[in-house]
Write a new protein. Structure first.
Length: 82
């Protein structure tokens, strides 16, 4: 688990430098003012001075608040691909 502040600090420091994120097919299910999004992303970039690429299968939970969608939580696991 990583806090939002720690995640932002990691990118701001330059330790993580994304080059691309390609989204695979998404599955989106809504429940009134809530939504669950699942899919696989292909990411590439530099982390701590080393270039790498990976696929991440993810689940995002969103809530519609004050007329906009806000991410509540995200879980991602490395996987073989799309």
């Amino acid at each position: 688990m990583q806090s939002r502040a720690a995640d932002i600090a990691m990118f701001a420091s330059g330790r993580i430098k994304p080059k691309f994120i390609d989204h695979g097919p998404l599955d989106i299910t809504t429940y009134d003012n809530k939504a669950v999004v699942t899919g696989v992303d292909h990411l590439g970039g530099t982390a701590y001075g080393h270039y790498s690429e990976m696929y991440l299968r993810f689940t995002d939970v969103w809530v519609r608040r004050d007329g906009r969608w806000q991410l509540v939580t995200q879980q991602a696991t490395a996987t073989a691909g799309f």
